[in-house]
Design a protein around this ligand. Structure first.
Ligand code: NAD
Ligand code: FXY
Ligand code: ZN
Ligand code: ZN
Length: 375
Protein backbone atom coordinates (compact mmCIF):
# COMPACT_ATOMS: atom_id res chain seq x y z
CA UNK A 1 0.00 0.00 0.00
CA UNK A 2 1.52 3.28 -1.14
CA UNK A 3 -1.10 5.72 0.25
CA UNK A 4 0.42 8.28 2.61
CA UNK A 5 3.95 7.45 1.45
CA UNK A 6 6.36 9.06 -0.98
CA UNK A 7 6.45 6.94 -4.17
CA UNK A 8 9.73 6.26 -5.97
CA UNK A 9 9.04 5.56 -9.61
CA UNK A 10 10.17 6.08 -13.19
CA UNK A 11 9.56 9.26 -15.19
CA UNK A 12 10.80 10.98 -18.34
CA UNK A 13 12.42 14.26 -17.27
CA UNK A 14 13.49 17.14 -19.52
CA UNK A 15 16.39 18.82 -17.69
CA UNK A 16 16.73 21.81 -20.00
CA UNK A 17 15.29 23.33 -23.16
CA UNK A 18 15.80 21.15 -26.29
CA UNK A 19 17.41 18.33 -24.28
CA UNK A 20 16.26 14.74 -24.88
CA UNK A 21 14.01 12.99 -22.36
CA UNK A 22 15.97 11.34 -19.59
CA UNK A 23 14.43 8.29 -17.90
CA UNK A 24 14.97 8.85 -14.18
CA UNK A 25 13.90 7.55 -10.82
CA UNK A 26 11.86 10.32 -9.21
CA UNK A 27 10.08 10.80 -5.89
CA UNK A 28 6.38 11.68 -6.02
CA UNK A 29 5.17 13.31 -2.80
CA UNK A 30 1.83 12.50 -1.17
CA UNK A 31 -1.11 14.54 -2.49
CA UNK A 32 -2.05 17.57 -0.36
CA UNK A 33 -5.60 18.82 0.28
CA UNK A 34 -7.75 18.84 -2.88
CA UNK A 35 -5.08 16.87 -4.77
CA UNK A 36 -5.15 13.41 -6.34
CA UNK A 37 -2.22 11.05 -7.00
CA UNK A 38 -2.67 9.03 -10.19
CA UNK A 39 -0.95 5.95 -11.62
CA UNK A 40 -0.61 6.76 -15.32
CA UNK A 41 -1.31 3.79 -17.60
CA UNK A 42 -1.17 5.29 -21.11
CA UNK A 43 -0.17 8.73 -22.39
CA UNK A 44 -0.09 10.13 -25.92
CA UNK A 45 2.52 12.35 -27.52
CA UNK A 46 1.03 15.70 -28.68
CA UNK A 47 2.83 18.42 -30.62
CA UNK A 48 2.31 20.75 -27.65
CA UNK A 49 4.73 18.57 -25.64
CA UNK A 50 7.29 19.11 -28.39
CA UNK A 51 6.60 22.88 -28.35
CA UNK A 52 7.36 22.75 -24.62
CA UNK A 53 10.64 20.89 -25.11
CA UNK A 54 11.68 23.53 -27.65
CA UNK A 55 10.76 26.42 -25.34
CA UNK A 56 7.88 27.43 -27.66
CA UNK A 57 5.26 27.50 -24.91
CA UNK A 58 5.14 30.47 -22.59
CA UNK A 59 6.28 30.00 -19.00
CA UNK A 60 7.43 26.40 -19.14
CA UNK A 61 10.17 25.94 -16.52
CA UNK A 62 12.88 23.29 -16.55
CA UNK A 63 13.50 20.68 -15.27
CA UNK A 64 10.00 19.47 -16.04
CA UNK A 65 7.85 16.39 -16.52
CA UNK A 66 5.82 16.94 -19.70
CA UNK A 67 2.83 15.00 -21.06
CA UNK A 68 -0.84 15.99 -20.77
CA UNK A 69 -2.87 13.42 -22.78
CA UNK A 70 -3.37 10.44 -20.48
CA UNK A 71 -5.53 7.88 -18.78
CA UNK A 72 -4.81 6.32 -15.41
CA UNK A 73 -6.06 4.99 -12.07
CA UNK A 74 -6.30 6.95 -8.83
CA UNK A 75 -3.70 5.68 -6.33
CA UNK A 76 -4.60 7.94 -3.36
CA UNK A 77 -6.24 11.24 -2.44
CA UNK A 78 -5.22 14.18 -0.31
CA UNK A 79 -7.71 15.57 2.21
CA UNK A 80 -11.02 17.03 1.11
CA UNK A 81 -11.22 15.32 -2.27
CA UNK A 82 -14.92 14.96 -2.89
CA UNK A 83 -15.76 13.16 -6.11
CA UNK A 84 -12.88 10.78 -6.82
CA UNK A 85 -11.62 7.72 -4.92
CA UNK A 86 -8.65 5.33 -5.15
CA UNK A 87 -9.18 2.78 -7.92
CA UNK A 88 -11.23 5.12 -10.14
CA UNK A 89 -10.27 5.33 -13.81
CA UNK A 90 -9.52 8.96 -14.62
CA UNK A 91 -8.35 11.39 -17.28
CA UNK A 92 -6.21 14.38 -16.19
CA UNK A 93 -7.45 17.74 -17.55
CA UNK A 94 -4.95 20.29 -18.89
CA UNK A 95 -7.81 22.80 -18.77
CA UNK A 96 -9.31 22.31 -15.30
CA UNK A 97 -12.89 23.12 -14.40
CA UNK A 98 -13.09 24.63 -10.92
CA UNK A 99 -16.80 25.23 -11.30
CA UNK A 100 -16.58 28.44 -9.24
CA UNK A 101 -14.92 31.08 -11.41
CA UNK A 102 -16.75 33.49 -13.70
CA UNK A 103 -15.67 31.58 -16.81
CA UNK A 104 -16.73 28.17 -15.43
CA UNK A 105 -20.12 29.70 -14.56
CA UNK A 106 -20.52 31.18 -18.05
CA UNK A 107 -21.86 28.83 -20.70
CA UNK A 108 -19.88 30.65 -23.40
CA UNK A 109 -16.43 29.50 -22.24
CA UNK A 110 -14.51 26.39 -21.21
CA UNK A 111 -11.38 28.25 -20.11
CA UNK A 112 -11.40 28.08 -16.32
CA UNK A 113 -9.46 30.90 -14.68
CA UNK A 114 -7.49 28.25 -12.75
CA UNK A 115 -6.02 27.02 -16.05
CA UNK A 116 -3.62 30.00 -15.92
CA UNK A 117 -3.10 29.30 -19.62
CA UNK A 118 -0.52 31.99 -20.24
CA UNK A 119 1.13 32.14 -16.85
CA UNK A 120 1.22 28.59 -15.57
CA UNK A 121 4.48 28.29 -13.67
CA UNK A 122 4.55 24.56 -13.12
CA UNK A 123 3.76 24.51 -9.42
CA UNK A 124 0.73 23.33 -7.44
CA UNK A 125 -1.57 25.93 -5.85
CA UNK A 126 0.60 26.07 -2.70
CA UNK A 127 3.57 27.18 -4.82
CA UNK A 128 5.54 23.91 -4.53
CA UNK A 129 5.93 20.84 -6.75
CA UNK A 130 5.23 17.17 -5.94
CA UNK A 131 8.19 15.85 -7.95
CA UNK A 132 11.86 15.63 -7.01
CA UNK A 133 14.75 13.95 -8.79
CA UNK A 134 18.44 13.82 -7.82
CA UNK A 135 17.61 16.23 -5.00
CA UNK A 136 16.13 18.83 -7.35
CA UNK A 137 12.56 20.09 -7.62
CA UNK A 138 10.94 19.12 -10.95
CA UNK A 139 8.20 21.35 -12.39
CA UNK A 140 4.71 20.28 -13.44
CA UNK A 141 3.24 20.88 -16.92
CA UNK A 142 -0.22 22.37 -17.66
CA UNK A 143 -1.93 20.92 -14.57
CA UNK A 144 -1.10 17.36 -15.64
CA UNK A 145 2.51 15.98 -16.17
CA UNK A 146 1.87 12.47 -17.44
CA UNK A 147 5.21 11.15 -18.79
CA UNK A 148 5.66 9.40 -15.44
CA UNK A 149 4.40 6.32 -13.62
CA UNK A 150 2.75 8.55 -10.99
CA UNK A 151 1.62 12.18 -11.02
CA UNK A 152 -0.25 14.53 -8.69
CA UNK A 153 -2.96 16.90 -9.93
CA UNK A 154 -5.60 19.17 -8.41
CA UNK A 155 -9.05 17.60 -8.06
CA UNK A 156 -10.40 20.23 -10.44
CA UNK A 157 -7.91 18.96 -13.08
CA UNK A 158 -9.02 15.33 -13.19
CA UNK A 159 -12.26 13.58 -14.00
CA UNK A 160 -13.58 10.11 -13.29
CA UNK A 161 -14.53 8.09 -16.37
CA UNK A 162 -16.43 4.83 -16.97
CA UNK A 163 -14.87 1.92 -15.04
CA UNK A 164 -14.96 -0.15 -18.25
CA UNK A 165 -13.11 2.40 -20.41
CA UNK A 166 -9.94 1.13 -22.10
CA UNK A 167 -6.74 2.09 -20.34
CA UNK A 168 -5.08 2.62 -23.70
CA UNK A 169 -6.38 4.84 -26.53
CA UNK A 170 -8.86 6.53 -24.17
CA UNK A 171 -5.90 8.79 -23.35
CA UNK A 172 -6.56 10.66 -26.63
CA UNK A 173 -9.72 12.10 -25.06
CA UNK A 174 -7.38 13.98 -22.72
CA UNK A 175 -6.19 16.19 -25.59
CA UNK A 176 -5.90 15.40 -29.31
CA UNK A 177 -9.24 13.84 -30.10
CA UNK A 178 -11.37 16.16 -27.97
CA UNK A 179 -9.50 19.28 -29.11
CA UNK A 180 -10.07 18.66 -32.81
CA UNK A 181 -13.54 17.15 -32.55
CA UNK A 182 -14.82 19.95 -30.30
CA UNK A 183 -13.25 22.67 -32.46
CA UNK A 184 -15.57 21.52 -35.25
CA UNK A 185 -18.67 20.85 -33.14
CA UNK A 186 -18.49 23.46 -30.36
CA UNK A 187 -16.34 26.31 -31.63
CA UNK A 188 -17.10 26.41 -35.36
CA UNK A 189 -20.48 24.70 -35.01
CA UNK A 190 -20.10 23.14 -38.48
CA UNK A 191 -23.49 22.80 -40.15
CA UNK A 192 -24.80 20.09 -42.51
CA UNK A 193 -23.81 20.56 -46.13
CA UNK A 194 -21.09 23.10 -45.33
CA UNK A 195 -17.58 23.27 -46.80
CA UNK A 196 -14.62 22.98 -44.41
CA UNK A 197 -10.84 23.31 -44.83
CA UNK A 198 -8.42 21.82 -42.30
CA UNK A 199 -4.81 23.05 -42.30
CA UNK A 200 -2.51 20.47 -40.70
CA UNK A 201 -3.45 16.79 -40.68
CA UNK A 202 -1.84 15.63 -37.43
CA UNK A 203 -3.82 14.25 -34.50
CA UNK A 204 -5.63 17.56 -34.05
CA UNK A 205 -6.53 18.21 -37.70
CA UNK A 206 -7.68 14.63 -38.24
CA UNK A 207 -9.94 14.88 -35.18
CA UNK A 208 -11.36 18.11 -36.67
CA UNK A 209 -12.18 16.07 -39.79
CA UNK A 210 -13.98 13.49 -37.60
CA UNK A 211 -16.05 16.33 -36.12
CA UNK A 212 -16.82 17.90 -39.52
CA UNK A 213 -17.94 14.52 -40.83
CA UNK A 214 -20.27 13.83 -37.87
CA UNK A 215 -21.69 17.37 -38.26
CA UNK A 216 -22.64 16.48 -41.84
CA UNK A 217 -20.22 18.74 -43.74
CA UNK A 218 -20.59 18.39 -47.52
CA UNK A 219 -16.97 19.05 -48.47
CA UNK A 220 -13.99 18.50 -46.19
CA UNK A 221 -10.70 19.75 -47.65
CA UNK A 222 -7.52 18.53 -45.94
CA UNK A 223 -4.38 20.67 -46.36
CA UNK A 224 -0.90 19.44 -45.49
CA UNK A 225 2.64 19.79 -46.84
CA UNK A 226 3.16 16.09 -46.06
CA UNK A 227 1.07 14.07 -48.54
CA UNK A 228 1.60 10.91 -46.46
CA UNK A 229 -1.24 12.24 -44.29
CA UNK A 230 -3.81 12.24 -47.11
CA UNK A 231 -4.85 8.55 -46.98
CA UNK A 232 -5.84 8.65 -43.34
CA UNK A 233 -7.52 12.06 -43.81
CA UNK A 234 -9.70 10.61 -46.59
CA UNK A 235 -10.44 7.51 -44.54
CA UNK A 236 -11.76 9.77 -41.77
CA UNK A 237 -13.92 11.89 -44.05
CA UNK A 238 -11.84 14.32 -46.12
CA UNK A 239 -13.44 14.57 -49.56
CA UNK A 240 -10.27 16.03 -51.10
CA UNK A 241 -6.71 16.94 -50.05
CA UNK A 242 -4.40 19.75 -51.13
CA UNK A 243 -0.62 19.94 -50.85
CA UNK A 244 0.33 23.65 -51.00
CA UNK A 245 3.70 22.59 -52.49
CA UNK A 246 1.92 21.38 -55.65
CA UNK A 247 0.94 24.96 -56.61
CA UNK A 248 2.86 28.08 -57.51
CA UNK A 249 0.17 30.31 -56.01
CA UNK A 250 -0.92 30.75 -52.37
CA UNK A 251 -2.99 27.83 -51.07
CA UNK A 252 -5.75 30.25 -49.99
CA UNK A 253 -6.17 31.27 -53.62
CA UNK A 254 -6.35 27.61 -54.68
CA UNK A 255 -9.11 27.01 -52.12
CA UNK A 256 -11.04 30.15 -53.14
CA UNK A 257 -10.96 28.97 -56.75
CA UNK A 258 -11.94 25.38 -55.95
CA UNK A 259 -14.85 26.41 -53.69
CA UNK A 260 -16.31 29.28 -55.66
CA UNK A 261 -15.32 31.97 -53.14
CA UNK A 262 -14.12 30.26 -49.97
CA UNK A 263 -15.05 27.82 -47.25
CA UNK A 264 -17.68 28.11 -44.51
CA UNK A 265 -15.21 26.91 -41.88
CA UNK A 266 -11.40 26.93 -41.87
CA UNK A 267 -9.32 25.35 -39.09
CA UNK A 268 -5.66 26.03 -38.38
CA UNK A 269 -4.09 22.95 -36.75
CA UNK A 270 -0.39 23.61 -37.38
CA UNK A 271 0.63 26.49 -35.12
CA UNK A 272 2.22 28.79 -37.73
CA UNK A 273 1.26 32.40 -38.46
CA UNK A 274 1.41 31.67 -42.21
CA UNK A 275 -1.18 28.89 -42.02
CA UNK A 276 -3.38 31.02 -39.74
CA UNK A 277 -3.46 33.71 -42.43
CA UNK A 278 -3.96 31.12 -45.17
CA UNK A 279 -6.94 29.70 -43.24
CA UNK A 280 -8.43 33.16 -42.74
CA UNK A 281 -7.89 34.06 -46.39
CA UNK A 282 -9.53 30.86 -47.59
CA UNK A 283 -12.76 31.56 -45.68
CA UNK A 284 -15.75 33.01 -47.53
CA UNK A 285 -16.54 36.73 -47.23
CA UNK A 286 -19.87 37.56 -45.55
CA UNK A 287 -20.02 34.39 -43.40
CA UNK A 288 -16.80 32.33 -43.23
CA UNK A 289 -15.46 31.35 -39.81
CA UNK A 290 -11.82 30.55 -39.06
CA UNK A 291 -10.81 28.69 -35.90
CA UNK A 292 -7.22 28.81 -34.65
CA UNK A 293 -6.31 25.61 -32.81
CA UNK A 294 -2.54 25.44 -33.42
CA UNK A 295 -0.30 27.03 -30.79
CA UNK A 296 2.16 29.61 -32.14
CA UNK A 297 5.49 30.58 -30.59
CA UNK A 298 5.42 33.05 -27.66
CA UNK A 299 5.41 36.72 -28.69
CA UNK A 300 4.38 35.92 -32.28
CA UNK A 301 1.89 38.32 -33.82
CA UNK A 302 -0.42 38.22 -36.79
CA UNK A 303 -1.17 41.11 -39.16
CA UNK A 304 -4.05 41.41 -41.62
CA UNK A 305 -6.28 44.01 -43.27
CA UNK A 306 -9.27 44.61 -40.93
CA UNK A 307 -11.42 44.66 -44.07
CA UNK A 308 -11.11 40.85 -43.93
CA UNK A 309 -13.34 40.88 -40.86
CA UNK A 310 -15.39 43.93 -41.79
CA UNK A 311 -16.54 42.05 -44.84
CA UNK A 312 -18.14 39.39 -42.70
CA UNK A 313 -15.56 36.83 -41.68
CA UNK A 314 -15.15 35.61 -38.10
CA UNK A 315 -11.84 34.69 -36.49
CA UNK A 316 -11.80 32.72 -33.26
CA UNK A 317 -9.60 30.38 -31.23
CA UNK A 318 -10.30 27.16 -29.41
CA UNK A 319 -8.63 25.43 -26.47
CA UNK A 320 -9.53 21.81 -25.70
CA UNK A 321 -12.24 22.00 -28.34
CA UNK A 322 -14.37 24.32 -26.25
CA UNK A 323 -15.37 21.44 -23.95
CA UNK A 324 -15.96 22.26 -20.29
CA UNK A 325 -13.52 19.57 -19.29
CA UNK A 326 -14.87 17.91 -16.15
CA UNK A 327 -18.44 17.98 -17.47
CA UNK A 328 -17.68 16.72 -20.98
CA UNK A 329 -14.84 14.19 -20.78
CA UNK A 330 -16.90 11.40 -19.14
CA UNK A 331 -19.51 11.73 -21.90
CA UNK A 332 -16.83 11.71 -24.61
CA UNK A 333 -15.46 8.49 -23.09
CA UNK A 334 -18.96 6.95 -23.13
CA UNK A 335 -19.43 8.05 -26.76
CA UNK A 336 -16.13 6.38 -27.62
CA UNK A 337 -17.18 3.16 -25.87
CA UNK A 338 -20.46 3.32 -27.84
CA UNK A 339 -18.35 3.49 -31.04
CA UNK A 340 -19.66 6.93 -32.02
CA UNK A 341 -16.07 7.55 -33.22
CA UNK A 342 -12.95 5.42 -33.45
CA UNK A 343 -9.96 6.73 -31.50
CA UNK A 344 -7.80 3.90 -32.81
CA UNK A 345 -7.75 5.57 -36.25
CA UNK A 346 -5.49 8.26 -34.78
CA UNK A 347 -3.01 5.79 -33.24
CA UNK A 348 -0.05 4.83 -35.40
CA UNK A 349 2.48 3.64 -32.82
CA UNK A 350 2.77 2.23 -29.30
CA UNK A 351 5.98 2.30 -27.27
CA UNK A 352 7.00 1.75 -23.66
CA UNK A 353 7.67 4.98 -21.73
CA UNK A 354 11.41 4.19 -21.81
CA UNK A 355 11.36 4.69 -25.59
CA UNK A 356 9.80 8.16 -25.40
CA UNK A 357 12.64 9.72 -27.44
CA UNK A 358 11.83 7.33 -30.31
CA UNK A 359 8.23 8.51 -30.05
CA UNK A 360 9.33 12.13 -30.53
CA UNK A 361 11.61 11.11 -33.43
CA UNK A 362 8.52 9.59 -35.11
CA UNK A 363 6.63 12.88 -34.62
CA UNK A 364 9.52 14.92 -36.06
CA UNK A 365 9.86 12.65 -39.09
CA UNK A 366 6.14 13.01 -39.92
CA UNK A 367 5.70 9.22 -39.67
CA UNK A 368 3.34 9.18 -36.70
CA UNK A 369 -0.05 10.63 -35.94
CA UNK A 370 -0.36 9.65 -32.28
CA UNK A 371 2.18 7.48 -30.45
CA UNK A 372 0.81 6.05 -27.22
CA UNK A 373 3.37 5.50 -24.48
CA UNK A 374 2.49 2.51 -22.31
CA UNK A 375 3.71 3.42 -18.86
P1 NAD B 1 1.27 17.44 -35.61
O1 NAD B 1 2.66 17.88 -35.69
O2 NAD B 1 0.97 15.98 -35.45
O3 NAD B 1 0.46 17.92 -36.91
C1 NAD B 1 0.74 19.12 -37.59
C2 NAD B 1 0.58 18.86 -39.10
O4 NAD B 1 0.78 20.10 -39.78
C3 NAD B 1 1.60 17.87 -39.67
O5 NAD B 1 0.92 16.85 -40.39
C4 NAD B 1 2.46 18.74 -40.60
O6 NAD B 1 2.92 18.04 -41.74
C5 NAD B 1 1.46 19.83 -40.96
N1 NAD B 1 2.08 21.07 -41.47
C6 NAD B 1 3.27 21.63 -41.13
N2 NAD B 1 3.45 22.77 -41.83
C7 NAD B 1 2.36 22.94 -42.61
C8 NAD B 1 1.98 23.92 -43.56
N3 NAD B 1 2.75 24.97 -43.80
N4 NAD B 1 0.79 23.78 -44.19
C9 NAD B 1 -0.01 22.70 -43.93
N5 NAD B 1 0.31 21.74 -43.04
C10 NAD B 1 1.48 21.86 -42.38
O7 NAD B 1 0.61 18.25 -34.40
P2 NAD B 1 -0.75 18.05 -33.57
O8 NAD B 1 -0.46 17.23 -32.37
O9 NAD B 1 -1.84 17.65 -34.49
O10 NAD B 1 -0.96 19.56 -33.05
C11 NAD B 1 -1.21 20.59 -33.97
C12 NAD B 1 -1.16 21.95 -33.29
O11 NAD B 1 -2.24 22.06 -32.37
C13 NAD B 1 0.11 22.20 -32.48
O12 NAD B 1 0.49 23.56 -32.61
C14 NAD B 1 -0.34 21.93 -31.07
O13 NAD B 1 0.45 22.60 -30.13
C15 NAD B 1 -1.74 22.49 -31.11
N6 NAD B 1 -2.66 22.02 -30.06
C16 NAD B 1 -3.57 22.91 -29.59
C17 NAD B 1 -4.50 22.52 -28.64
C18 NAD B 1 -5.54 23.47 -28.17
O14 NAD B 1 -6.21 23.18 -27.17
N7 NAD B 1 -5.77 24.58 -28.84
C19 NAD B 1 -4.48 21.21 -28.15
C20 NAD B 1 -3.55 20.33 -28.69
C21 NAD B 1 -2.64 20.73 -29.64
O1 FXY C 1 -1.99 20.54 -26.25
C1 FXY C 1 -2.61 20.92 -25.29
N1 FXY C 1 -2.47 22.01 -24.56
C2 FXY C 1 -1.38 22.89 -24.69
C3 FXY C 1 -0.35 22.51 -23.68
C4 FXY C 1 -1.80 24.31 -24.51
C5 FXY C 1 -2.88 24.77 -25.46
C6 FXY C 1 -3.37 26.18 -25.27
C7 FXY C 1 -2.35 27.24 -24.94
C8 FXY C 1 -2.96 28.62 -24.89
C9 FXY C 1 -2.04 29.67 -24.34
ZN1 ZN D 1 -2.11 18.40 -26.53
ZN1 ZN E 1 -13.10 27.79 -13.13
Amino acid sequence: DTAGKVIKCKAAVIWEKSAPFSIEEIEVATPKAHEVRIKIIATGICRSDDHAVEGKLSNVKFPIILGHEAVGIVESNGENVKHIKPGDRVIPLFVPQCGQCMCCKDSRSNICIAAKLKKSVGVMSDGTTRFTCRGKQIYHFVNTSTFTEYTVVEEMAVTKIDSGASLDNTCLIGCGFSTGYGSALNTAKVHPGSTCAIFGLGGIGLAVIMGCKIAGAGRIIGVDVNPDKFNIAKELGATECINPKDYDKPVAQVILEQTGGGVDYAFECVGHIETMLAALNSSHFAYGTTVIVGVSAPESTITFDPMILLSGRTLKGSVFGGWKSKDSVPQLVSDSMAKKFDLEKLVTHRLPLDKINEGFDLLHSGKSIRTILLV
